[in-house]
Design a binder for this molecule. Structure first.
Ligand SMILES: Nc1ncnc2c1ncn2[C@@H]1O[C@H](COP(=O)(O)OP(=O)(O)O)[C@@H](O)[C@H]1O
Ligand SMILES: [Mg+2]
Length: 454
């Protein structure tokens, strides 16, 4: 079983479009976020350096007793300045002092947000970057999301600065997610709408094809919508009308032939009466009577086929029961094991005829008929069982051919023209089903009608 979103057209489209959206957003992030982060980094670095340079120049121009006040004034939550006696050659030592200084700020970062800085080195700043008096060195602290700086003052002490903004958000802002969700929902909605527009004609087409398969007549499909869909509808309509013409032509032809044969047969029959040899005359008459019966049966079948009955919703079980009852009253031996009521769309009179032909065979060749039903999830089976001689496996398909009768039944002169099974199969196939025959053990035949339950 495929999952829902892969089964329906709408599901497939929505999945595909959402996938495309996700991929495009990921690409966008990979390209633009990297760029953006780089810009922000450079801006912060510039800002940090120019502020540190200001503080350094201020210290150089002020009396030493003013230095603590200046540093205090320059300190912010994220940027801290302090003076030291020694240069900060070892980053590990510098780190300790920087951490202490950060902890003294009014809103100190959490200690666990300041991991040990590893593998960082002081890098000398060029005069381009550093506008202070004496040489300065810079530390990049990606783990702290900041920088460190050290430079010498005029008095010979060292000015240190640290900038740390740990735990700063790295992902996109919340509004981004909101807009993403809105976009995704809007896209899903539009896609579903389009998919339904495309899918509706397809649904109509499959319904119509299903009906056509059951022999129901359906009004022509509306020829509208996208080009491909419209062409399909046009092709289906054309097929349906051609099929109808074809069937009508054939039926009319068969009716005409049967009809036209009647006159010469009747005339032959009259002439046969004048044959003097009694034996020959009897043979001729019997053969001609048989021929007449065959043409009559063909004509009846053609006529019936020509006026296709309209489909109706009927309870198949009730139909079976009443048929069996009617046949029992005619003196036939028919048993019916009932089943649950089942409403089904069919041509009830035709279906009755098909069933009747099978029951008739069972009674005629097997003495009695037992009718039962079996309901599956997708089809209904109707069994007609008898305890007659059965039919050799090799002949079980042949007997469906019109006018085919097995030698054994000819000899027993059971009557009949060999059309019963052909007619029954035509009718059942017109309902989208089929008939099959099977020998029963120890003896007898089972005829099974299968009808599709959509
Ligand atoms: N229940 C059955 N048992 C044995 N033979 C059967 C049975 N049903 C049909 N047949 C064979 O199949 C042939 C064709 O059947 P059908 O088409 O109904 O024509 P008909 O009954 O007019 O001969 C029969 O002549 C008979 O030989
Ligand atoms: Mg028959």
């Amino acid at each position: 079983m495929k999952r829902f979103w892969m089964r329906s057209l709408t599901g497939q489209w929505v999945t595909l479009v959402l996938l495309a959206l996700a991929v495009s957003q990921l690409l966008f992030f990979a390209i633009y976020r990297g760029d953006q982060m780089r810009t922000v980094f450079l801006l912060r670095r510039d800002e940090f350096l120019s502020r540190a340079a200001s503080v350094s120049r201020l210290l150089d121009s002020a009396e030493p007793n003013l230095h603590p006040g200046i540093l205090n004034a320059a300190n912010t939550v994220a940027v801290r300045y302090w003076l030291g006696e020694k240069p900060a050659n070892d980053p590990i030592e510098w780190e300790k002092a920087a951490r202490e200084s950060l902890m003294e700020s009014s809103r100190p970062p959490r200690l666990e947000d300041l991991p040990v800085i590893e593998g960082v080195k002081w890098e000398e700043l060029t005069t381009e970057e550093w506008k202070g008096e004496s040489q300065a060195h810079l530390l990049h602290l990606p783990d702290w999301n900041g920088f460190g700086l050290t430079t010498k003052t005029k008095e010979g002490s060292w000015l240190h600065a640290v900038y740390a903004k740990p735990g700063a958000p790295v992902g996109p802002p919340g509004s981004y997610y909101v807009s993403m969700v809105i976009t995704a929902v809007a896209i899903c909605f539009v896609t579903a709408l389009v998919a339904r527009r495309v899918g509706r004609p397809l649904g109509r087409l499959s319904d119509a094809a299903e009906k056509l398969g059951r022999g129901e007549e359906t009004p022509p499909l509306p020829e509208e919508g996208a080009d491909d869909v419209r062409r399909t509808a046009v092709a289906f309509n054309r097929m349906q009308s051609r099929l109808k013409l074809y069937v009508e032509d054939r039926t009319r032809m068969m009716a005409a032939i049967s009809h036209d044969l009647r006159t010469p047969i009747t005339s032959l029959r009259l002439q046969a009466e004048f044959v003097s040899d009694a034996e020959t005359r009897d043979k001729l008459v019997t053969t001609l009577d048989e021929m007449k019966e065959i043409t009559e049966a063909s004509l009846a079948f053609a006529r019936e086929d020509a006026v296709l009955e309209a489909t109706r919703n009927v309870d198949v079980m009730a139909l079976l029961e009443s048929l069996c009852e009617d046949l029992s009253q005619l003196g036939w031996e028919v048993r019916f094991t009932g089943g649950e009521a089942l409403a089904w769309r069919c041509r009830p009179d035709s279906l009755r005829r098909a069933l009747r032909n099978l029951i008739e065979n069972a009674v005629r060749y097997g003495g009695a008929a037992a009718v039962s039903s079996e309901r599956g999830s997708s089809e209904l089976k109707i069994h007609i069982d008898d305890e007659g001689p059965g039919i050799p496996a090799a002949e079980q398909e042949k007997v469906f051919i019109p006018f085919v009768r097995l030698e054994s039944s000819r000899n027993r002169s059971t009557g009949g023209t060999g059309l019963g099974l052909a007619i029954a199969r035509t009718i059942v196939r017109n309902h989208g089903g089929d008939i099959s025959l099977q020998n029963r053990s120890p003896k007898g035949l089972r005829a099974t009608i299968r009808l599709p339950l959509d």
